[in-house]
Write a protein that binds this ligand. Structure first.
Ligand code: 8YV
Length: 314
């Protein structure tokens, strides 16, 4: 059996790969589907996988690793990993919570402002010379003092709400249970939240449980002043229903960092002028990605040393 115990799987950048190399001899697979292609002797020695990305990591990708004990995910959301399949095989899964809350919350606020103040068109108008030629940007809507709903008041949702409180917004939220807040309004269901607000920020966890949670009914309840912001997973929203509402003017707009079939977007998005689209960059700063890598590596080290995992999910 080879002495390589770590398999690196996914689109890690050079710095991230170098960090693994400096700590543990490892073997690389571009995606979970490529794991079976690693030579059998090396596979037999693998006990831990570090994973980055959103490609499905199911039981079929775990089975070629007969001694696998850990999948350490790079990201707080681990919906790509089939945790039931991991449980059945006695495989532990870890994630990287908390260290990315600030960046994802910052991006949510940036999406709100960019969409509401039509900043992409403002940039185009300015750099194209159309402003100098007499063009002007139509007036937009004020965000400060508006009414916002956070769908999912977890760690990231809370950071978003805290930021929006500084914008003097009237904050409403929906989550499984009522939370302790500085007087924010609780809604027991996502539709009642939509009826009460103009900005609707989706900060749910991904996975089967929340698939289509923001349904057609919820989207339509938002009304023609409604703006949807999504920094969670594309799957949490009925995307076709959202596109229908954006095209018909049933809602005012959207700011989106995540999509159902990303990076391959539904082409209907490209013709819309009332949306701001981002390439799933919520946690994408040097500082945060470094912190995520450290949490991921600390789980691997704990596992190899036989210590308690730092951020286990199962
Ligand atoms: C990704 C994310 O991990 O943490 C999450 O759940 O979606 C992101 O931070 C990152 O894009 C790398 O895939």
């Amino acid at each position: 059996m080879s002495d390589v115990k770590l398999l690196v799987c996914g689109a890690f950048n050079e710095e991230e790969r170098a960090r693994f190399d400096a700590n543990y001899p490892n073997v690389y697979a571009a995606s979970p589907d490529d794991i079976a292609g690693v030579d059998a002797d090396t596979r037999a020695g693998i006990t831990a996988v570090v994973f980055k990305g959103h490609a499905p990591f199911g039981g079929a990708a775990m089975d070629p690793l007969e001694n696998l004990g850990l999948i350490a995910n790079f990201g707080v959301g681990y919906d790509a990993i089939d945790v039931d399949a991991a449980n059945e095989r006695g495989v532990k899964v870890t994630n990287t919570p908390d260290v990315l809350n600030d960046d994802v919350a910052d991006l949510a606020v940036a999406l709100m402002l960019t969409q509401t103040r039509n900043m992409i068109e403002g940039d185009n108008l300015t750099r194209s010379g159309r402003w100098a030629g007499g063009g002007s940007l139509p007036l937009n809507r004020k965000m400060t003092g508006g009414t916002v709903g956070i769908c999912g008041l977890g760690r990231i949702g809370r950071e978003i709400a805290d930021r929006l409180a500084a914008f003097k917004m009237d904050i409403h939220y929906h989550s499984r249970s009522e939370k302790e807040t500085p007087g924010w309004t609780y809604h027991a269901d996502p539709k009642s939240l939509a009826e009460a607000v103009d900005w609707y920020v989706v900060a749910l966890v991904g996975g089967k449980e929340t698939e289509g949670y923001v349904s057609r009914d919820v989207i339509n309840a938002l009304g023609k002043n409604g703006v949807i912001i999504n920094i969670s997973r594309g799957t949490t929203i009925d995307e076709e229903a959202m596109l229908d509402a954006l095209e018909s003017g049933a809602i005012a707009g959207a700011g989106l960092d995540v999509f159902v079939n990303e990076p391959h977007l539904n082409e209907r998005f490209y013709d819309l002028t009332n949306v701001v689209l981002q390439p799933h960059q919520g946690s994408g700063t040097h500082e945060t990605r470094r912190a995520m890598a450290e949490v991921q590596l600390s789980n691997v080290t704990a596992f190899f040393n036989g210590d308690a995992l730092v951020t286990p999910v199962n």
